[in-house]
Design a protein around this ligand. Structure first.
Ligand SMILES: CC(C)(COP(=O)(O)OP(=O)(O)OC[C@H]1O[C@@H](n2cnc3c(N)ncnc32)[C@H](O)[C@@H]1OP(=O)(O)O)[C@@H](O)C(=O)NCCC(=O)NCCS
Length: 229
């Protein structure tokens, strides 16, 4: 279970705002994850999730504290576009896995996903002081791979023929970004990565002091959080 102090109330970018999910977002999840195209890109199983499965996922992984999940809203309209999350947050090793789904398909390919990913990475590296964020993506998901590369992820390996889709085998691509990659990226491109200000979680947006666990007063990068999952 993640400590509440890991959760920002919101992360503000140029075009998207990430906010804590609310229970009313379940209706959108029901629509997104019932969509064959979304499920093709996000699920190992062929075919969309059943409604009870979506509800369980939403309660445990989205509203619950198993993952650090944030709703992606378009900043201009406040429209809910999708969701992104860190799972398997491991304080001891400073690592987590990243997941993202923009469920509103008309919002694909418009830069929202890349900006949301950068906001999450900024939170991970600047506020949580994590060391490594990993992810895996199906090799046929070229849009996602391009977006992850732009956000700073690099390919570190492939699980060969890990998924069968559209009548053939595909690799699963493993990608990651280290805090050193993130800093190199910032140094190379000091502007234009998407301005961010964190609100909540004890953060004042200054980005100066690392988060501390209120129970112990220790920095959150101390090994107080056990591996989950
Ligand atoms: C993957 C996802 C988060 C990316 O977010 P997005 O807002 O659509 O992506 P962006 O517009 O920020 O960036 C997409 C990149 O892919 C390119 N692209 C867009 N459509 C593409 C397509 N059909 N094929 C290949 N590349 C494409 C864009 O040009 C852009 O690359 P560039 O910045 O180098 O020009 C989003 O598309 C999504 O949620 N898809 C469905 C679920 C999913 O695949 N989740 C990831 C599972 S690992």
């Amino acid at each position: 279970m993640l400590h509440r102090s890991w959760f920002p109330d919101r992360l503000v970018g140029d075009r998207v705002i990430l906010k804590r999910h609310v229970s009313g977002n379940l209706a959108a999840f029901m629509r997104w994850y019932a969509d064959p195209e979304v499920s093709r890109l996000t699920r190992y199983q062929d075919g969309p999730m059943a409604r009870p499965e979506i509800e369980r996922f939403f309660q445990a992984r989205v509203l619950g504290s198993d993952s650090l999940a944030m709703a992606i809203h378009e900043r201009a309209s406040d429209r809910l576009l999708g969701t992104c999350a860190f799972s398997q947050l491991d304080g001891e090793n400073g690592s987590a896995l990243f997941h993202i789904t923009i469920g509103e398909k008309d919002a694909w390919g418009r830069g929202f996903g890349t900006e949301a990913t950068r906001l999450m990475l900024e939170h991970a590296f600047e506020r949580l002081r994590l060391h490594r964020i990993g992810l895996s993506v199906f090799a046929f998901n070229e849009r996602a791979i391009r977006s992850y590369r732009r956000a700073g992820f690099v390919v570190e390996g492939r699980a060969r023929e890990a998924i069968r889709r559209d009548g053939r085998w595909w690799d699963e691509v493993e990608m990651s970004i280290l805090d050193s990659d993130w800093r190199a990226l910032l140094a190379a491109v000091p502007v234009g990565l998407g301005a961010v200000s964190a609100v909540g979680a004890g953060g004042d947006g200054s980005g100066e002091a690392p988060l501390t666990d209120p129970a112990t007063g220790r920095p959150v990068d101390a090994p107080t959080i056990q591996r989950i999952g």
